[in-house]
Design a protein. Structure first.
Lengths: 98, 600
């Protein structure tokens, strides 16, 4: 039996400027659940302006200059993200300098 | 010789004399330029035990082989002296046209020695040096000084100058150039002030030959093209201001003098909000294709703008418990005009405010605190008296390390500095690779000489203490090469193979046929000579530590406390010494010095 999970995606920097919002709630059916590919696909449909600027849409992943962070704690690349209901997924610039 | 002039200009402001000296190719090959060449020159021109404010402390301006190459982000120079904040190697970088004029006079470095009896400015060009009276400039802000000298000497001169803070020997005074860019850290402006040199005006068009201009031209185009891509997107869009909202969310934003790691009221001062609500324009240094600089209109000052960086935003905002955008913008502009490092200024004020809250300030100093209505008012007034060294400003102009020693009463436990240099806006309890880098850095609490936070912000960081030593060592060596060639740090993600690509470019310029490994070893050599200078000037293992607050109070990541225990830092420091092949006491074995060619 499938269940819906909700994930909040938070935007920072350029992605916030492009989307015009700080966050968006996305819903997925579980199983198959949500992984990075699902997230990027949904974001691409909701905010096409992110394509080529933040998202690599044809690969369903973030551009190399961005990185995921789960719940404000662990950093993650495209692989290994297994999202649970109520998770917050942050999209951050990978350059931390300044 | 390609890429260099092979010469150093030595200026003695006591004798009002100057001379050109040849600098050997072996030195240039080993130390490259910028921060590395500056460290070598400091080691040799600064007599052991020299007081930073004495005539013997050399104030060194260094260019690099990449200056003038028109490669993106390379119009940079280093300023090096014995730091009046740390008593150790003090180096800071700045950028833009001054770097081109400095190299254009026909020197790879300029060394200023001595003390002038009267305030002077130096006019330096291809023919040599003129010593100009500068009594009329005393008290001028940095922008007024620059404007005055450009007006009298000609617009083709580029000016390095100090503001009132440098004149008053505020220990964290900066050197300003190119309309408000700052060589900010480690107090080189105070060293310049101690010499009574208000400004140095450079102008020159002497170029150097390039070994393989055809190949360099291709690499120049390729690098510029890549620099427009997503690897620099953050810097081009919001500049370093983008850090604030991210660090706040990740709970690594030091607030309230490192008592907390985030705030509830910083929405108005995030890069995103400032970008949306203020008039922000972008600017760039000479020959830069990135344009990270964000100029924001200063409230109440007409059309005046401030070059706003994350570190200023942090140090004059969250660090001192202030979230009022107008106060931060005005304070940042004020520091630039007075010629003060914003990190040290903000951090010293944060320490003082906490000391006041804890009732630790004795009446002899409390009586000299300027009247104020609230914290915003207090910050602005403290910055003012610091820049003038008046009232309690005379205490705070010494920086938090010395001021807390004067006050005593355990106030040193929350004076947030390492070796006398105040800490930048990264939370070390949560970012523990950075914590190690801050503790062992030769110039004190510095984030820029290791870029160690990169590892803490990545998805594949090895978190064991044993691994961190090697990571910091590698980051320091990499940064030393960047700061010596000199590349801007913001172009670093554009490189796929940094050492290989940089070696190829250095080959094109110099014809040295240098390998990536040789370049990597230059980085190691540069860090070792800096450390050896510090050892000569009294460094002991106890200097490699962090403020007591970091060990005695946890940070909070939203669900649990995060501790950095002193013995955990000790383990990391030991792993760093091992990675460096130093002794367990952090000393450099003679064999290591010999292998690096620095057993002087």
């Amino acid at each position: 039996m499938s269940a819906e999970i909700k994930v909040t995606v938070e935007f920072f920097g350029n992605s916030r400027l492009i989307t015009g919002c700080e966050s968006v709630d996305l819903a997925f059916t579980n199983p198959p659940g949500a992984n990075a590919t699902d997230i990027v696909r949904q974001l691409g449909m909701l905010f096409p302006g992110l394509g080529g600027k933040v998202l690599e849409l044809n690969q369903n992943r973030l551009l190399g200059s961005y990185v995921f962070n789960l719940n404000g704690k662990g950093f993650s690349d495209h692989r290994g993200l297994d999202l649970k209901n109520g998770d917050s997924l942050l999209i951050l610039p990978s350059q931390a300098g300044g | 010789m390609f890429g260099y002039h092979n010469k150093v200009l030595i200026i003695d402001v006591s004798a009002r004399d100057w001379q050109w000296q040849v600098i050997g190719e072996d030195v240039l090959r080993n130390f490259i330029g910028g921060s590395g060449l500056g460290a070598y020159l400091l080691y040799h021109y600064c007599p052991p035990g020299t007081d930073p404010f004495s005539p013997g402390n050399p104030l060194i301006f260094c260019t690099s082989p990449l200056v003038g190459s028109r490669l993106t982000t390379t119009s940079k120079f280093a300023v090096v002296s014995k730091s009046p904040q740390t008593g150790f190697v003090g180096d800071s970088l700045s950028s833009s046209s001054l770097a081109l004029s400095l190299k254009g006079i026909g020197a790879d470095a300029v060394i200023v020695l001595g003390h002038s009896k009267e305030w002077i400015s130096l006019k330096v060009d291809e023919t040599g040096v003129e010593f100009l009276p500068a009594g009329q400039l005393v008290g001028f802000t940095t922008s007024k000084t620059e404007g005055y000298l450009k007006g009298t000497l000609g617009r083709n001169f580029d000016i390095a100058c100090i503001g009132p803070a440098g004149e008053k020997l505020v220990r964290f005074a900066s050197i300003s150039n190119d309309g408000g860019r700052q060589a900010g850290r480690t107090g080189n402006g105070a060293v310049m002030g101690s010499k009574k040199v208000k400004a140095i005006a450079f102008h020159g068009r002497k170029s150097v030959d390039t070994c393989d201009e055809g190949s360099l031209s291709e690499r120049r185009k390729d690098l510029s093209q890549k620099s427009f891509g997503h690897a620099t997107e953050k810097y081009r869009t919001l500049g370093t201001m983008a850090n604030l909202s991210v660090f706040d969310r990740l709970k690594v934003l030091p607030t309230g003098n490192f008592r907390n790691q985030r705030g509830d009221n910083f929405k108005d001062i995030t890069g995103e909000t400032i970008h949306s609500e203020e008039k922000v324009s972008s600017s760039h240094c000479a020959n830069c294709t990135i344009g990270c600089e964000k100029l924001v209109t200063v409230p109440g000052n007409g059309t005046e703008k401030v070059r706003l960086e994350y570190q200023s935003l942090f140090a004059l905002g969250p660090l001192v418990g202030i979230s009022d955008r107008a106060t931060i913008l005005k304070s940042s502009k004020f520091c630039d005009e007075m010629g003060m490092d914003t990190i040290s200024a903000g951090s010293t004020c944060a320490w003082f405010m906490e000391s006041m809250q804890k009732d630790l300030i004795p009446s002899r100093w409390m009586n000299k605190v300027p009247e104020h209505e609230d914290n915003k008012d207090l910050l602005e007034n403290l910055l003012k008296v610091i820049s003038q060294r008046s009232g309690v400003g005379d205490l705070l102009a010494e920086g938090s390390a010395r001021a807390s020693k004067e006050i005593g009463l355990d106030s040193g436990d929350f004076a947030m500095h390492v070796k006398g240099l105040e800490m930048p806006g990264y939370e070390p309890r949560a970012l523990q690779t950075l914590a190690l880098a801050l503790a062992v850095s030769t110039r004190g609490a510095c984030h820029n000489r290791s870029s160690a936070y990169e590892y803490d912000f990545s998805s594949n960081s090895d978190t064991t203490s044993g691994a961190k030593g090697q990571l910091v060592k590698d980051g320091e060596d990499y940064s030393a090469v960047m700061d010596s060639l000199i590349w801007c740090k913001f172009v670093r993600k554009v490189f796929e193979q940094f050492y290989e690509e940089s070696a190829n470019i250095l080959d094109d310029i110099t014809g040295w046929n240098v390998s990536a490994d040789q370049l990597r070893q230059c980085g190691e050599r540069i860090n070792n000579i800096k450390k050896q200078f510090n050892i000569r000037e009294g460094w002991v293992k106890d200097h490699d530590t962090l403020p007591k607050r970091i060990f005695s109070e946890p940070s909070y990541n939203g669900t649990e406390n995060v501790w950095l225990r002193e013995d955990d830092l000790e383990k990391m420091i030991s792993s760093y010494y091992r990675a460096r092949e130093w002794t367990s006491e952090g000393l450099i074995p003679e064999s290591k010095l010999e292998s690096l060619g620095i057993a002087f």
